[in-house]
Write a protein that binds this ligand. Structure first.
Ligand code: CUA
Length: 313
C-alpha cells in the first residue's frame, strides 16, 4: 500500500502476488536509495575535488580496509536477502497445492484452448472457480509460447513435446487478461485470451452447460473443430483476407499454386493441406508456413471439416 513503485504493477488478484510484489518493491526501493546516494556523492565529489589550479596534483590513494569491507559486506547481505526471498517465492510458485483443480491448456499459433475434466473446451477463455488453487497443465501444438497473466503474477513457457505447469488462485470473481509473452510470429501480439473467475457455484453451472466440442452433425462438428484449433486466426470463413486463404467459396473451385499450376479444391486437396500444408501452397500465401495437423486431427475429424467447408458457399 502506497509503496514508491506501486504505479508499475497491475492490480494483484492472486494470494501468491503478495510475496512477488514485496520482493519487487524491496529491490526497486533499495536500488532507488543507492541511486540517490551514488548520484549525490558523485556531484559532491566532483565539486569538492575539482581541479582548482594548473598545479593541482591528484593525491596517491592508499588502501582503506574499513571502506573496502563495508562496500563488500553490505551488497553481500543485500544479495543474500534477495536470493533467499526470491528462492522461497519460486518454491511456492512451483509447489502446486494438493487440492488444486486441474485444467489443460493448449497453445498454438495464435491462440489458447482450455480443456476441463468433463471434456468441455473453451477457446480463448479460461474459466475457473474463485478461491481455489488452479493447476494448469500446458502444452504447445507448434512452437514455444508463454502463458502470462500479469494480474495473477504468473508466467510460464509453453513448449511442444513437453508439459509445463503453473498454478494460481483467483481471490474473487472477475476477469483478467492472458498474454503470450514469447515472440511466436506474425500474430504474436494478438495471441490473447482471458481468465474468467466465477463464484464456485456459478463455475459448476458453467461447466455443466458448456460445449464439449463433439456433435453428431458433421457440419457442426467441423465448425467447432475449426474454432478449437484456431484455424480462423489465419483462414476466414466469410471471404475476408487473412494470413492464409479464406475457406469461403473454395469448394469445387480451382486455385493457382506457387509453381503456377492449378488444383481443384476437393476432399484430397483439403486433406493434404491439413496434414502436409507445404505440399501445395496457394500463390501469394508462401510467406507464413502453416503447421501440420498430422497426429492432431484424425480422419473422422478431417471428414467433418470437409463437410463444413462444403457449406461455406
Ligand atoms: Cu504465442 Cu507469442
Amino acid at each position: 500500500m502506497g509503496r514508491l513503485f506501486d504505479f508499475m504493477l497491475p492490480e494483484a488478484k492472486s494470494p501468491t502476488a503478495d510475496s512477488t510484489d514485496a520482493l519487487f518493491h524491496f529491490i526497486n526501493e533499495v536500488s532507488f536509495i543507492l541511486l540517490l546516494g551514488i548520484t549525490i556523492s558523485i556531484i559532491y565529489f566532483a565539486i569538492k575535488y575539482r581541479r582548482k589550479s594548473d598545479n593541482d596534483v591528484t593525491p596517491v590513494i592508499k588502501h582503506n580496509t574499513a571502506i573496502e569491507i563495508t562496500w563488500s559486506i553490505i551488497p553481500l547481505i543485500l544479495s543474500l536477502i534477495v536470493f533467499t526471498w526470491g528462492y522461497s517465492g519460486y518454491l511456492n510458485l512451483k509447489s502446486v497445492p494438493d487440492n488444486a483443480y486441474e485444467i489443460k491448456v493448449s497453445a498454438f499459433k495464435w491462440g489458447w484452448n482450455f480443456e476441463y475434466s468433463n471434456g468441455a473446451v473453451s477457446p480463448a477463455e479460461l474459466h475457473v472457480p474463485a478461491g481455489r488453487p488452479i493447476k494448469l497443465v500446458m502444452q504447445s501444438r507448434d512452437i514455444i509460447h508463454s502463458f502470462f497473466v500479469p494480474e495473477y503474477r504468473i508466467k510460464q513457457d509453453v513448449l511442444p513435446n513437453r508439459y509445463t505447469y503453473v498454478w494460481f488462485s483467483a481471490n474473487e470473481p472477475g476477469e483478467s487478461h492472458i498474454f503470450c509473452a514469447e515472440y511466436c510470429g506474425t500474430n504474436h501480439s494478438a495471441m490473447l485470451a482471458k481468465v474468467v473467475a466465477h463464484d464456485p457455484d456459478d463455475f459448476e453451472t458453467w461447466l455443466a452447460t458448456s460445449n464439449t466440442g463433439t456433435s453428431d452433425d458433421p457440419v457442426e462438428h467441423g465448425k467447432s473443430l475449426l474454432t478449437l484449433n484456431g484455424c480462423q486466426s489465419c483462414h476466414s470463413v466469410d471471404g475476408s483476407k487473412g494470413i492464409g486463404p479464406t475457406l469461403k467459396g473454395i469448394w469445387g473451385h480451382e486455385v493457382t499454386l506457387t509453381n503456377g499450376s492449378t488444383v481443384t479444391v476437393d476432399e484430397n486437396y483439403i486433406r493434404e493441406s491439413i496434414l502436409d500444408p507445404q505440399a501445395k501452397i496457394v500463390k501469394g500465401y508462401e510467406l507464413v508456413p502453416m503447421t501440420s495437423f498430422m497426429g492432431i486431427l484424425d480422419d473422422k475429424e478431417i471428414d467433418s471439416i470437409i463437410e463444413y467447408i462444403k457449406t461455406l458457399k
